[in-house]
Design a protein around this ligand. Sequence first.
Ligand code: COS
Length: 385
Amino acid sequence: MDYFLTEEQQMIVDLARQITDELIIPQRAALDESEEYPTAILDAVAQADLFGLYIPEEYGGFGAGTFEIVLALEQFGRGCVGVATSFAASALGAFPILIAGSDEMKKKYMPDIAAGKKRAAFGLTEANAGSDASGIQTTAVLDGNEWVLNGTKQWITNAGEAKIYTIIAITDKNKGPRGASMFLLEDTDPGFSYGIKEKKLGIRASATRELIFKDCRIPKDRLIGRQGTGFITVMKTLDKSRPGIAILGVGLGQAAIDESVTYAKQRVQFGKPIIAFQAIQHMLADMAIQVEAARALVYAAAKHIDAHPKDMSKASSMCKVFATDVAMKVTVDAVQVLGGYGYMRDYPVEKMMRDAKILQIYEGTNQIQRNVVGQELNKEYTRAS
Ligand code: COS
């Protein structure tokens, strides 16, 4: 369907499509097998200037919005969700700085992130704080001119690969979510180390490790925003980033359709290509309908967020739930269309099915997203009555 993109937006799609077709798709199976971080591909993305898409021009970027980053991520997601996640996680790590950081902090750190010279990562999750984000136990205590951090962050994408980390820690344990603050860490900070790389079901090209802080000392001015505003910054960050996860589901779903239709046209059973059977045609039709509906919703949500940055939550959570549930369904169906071949690693759809699962879990489970939508509806109708 035609979404009437501007010339500039079409250029972003074309650039991301070229990187996807020429670099990501040819390497995705090998990266999945070796679980290797896609440094060379991300360097090519940096050379194409796509890391700076969403970053304001005054900080070295292009000043585009959520919609434009969604357009690029759709292509990367079509190629490999593991590679795309490594790219998206840098934006996730950078958002807290853009949302709450001082002008000085932005000037110091954003140009390198925009140029793709330094990748970023975001540290929220801990062993006992997943969906319950305010249950974090990592602490930060002010000692003279330095913050001293202690604790462990778990399952952090880009950990060990990024140079810049935005993490949330408790600065006042008696204040609940209002006692948490956001900090910027550099990979070289003393007392900061990483856990071993996790072995995952899917998105195996992405790197997932713990961040470990043992009396980690950072300068006082690495506090992002005001003390006690960390939880709000995290919530805003996730509101802004979730359309990026949603669109990975759209790109992945599209890739599953492409593989399924191509296969169904070639595979002959009972004397004809299986696409001639209505059972298969209806499956393919449902896949196409669902992915197009997901695309339309994610595009609309991204445009809404760009136009109404103070009203992101409902649109963001809605599109994350819908598009990632679609991705799961469509990739399972793609394996079914390809049958025994689909289950083998010779074809890409089994990887697509494995990759799809994380989309329903990370950056807030789809159960939490439904809670958010429900709570927003409750607020809206309370205001209206
Ligand atoms: N934007 C701005 N502020 C927000 C907000 C948002 N989207 N969501 C909540 N807040 C504010 C609330 O207004 C409240 O502020 P006050 O202290 O002024 O009242 C504060 O944050 C606490 O909100 P709430 O009571 O709703 O927090 P909960 O502890 O109940 O948690 C959920 C809310 C479940 C939505 C949150 O914990 C969450 O998003 N969990 C999922 C975390 C996640 O995505 N993890 C994935 C790993 S990160 S890659």
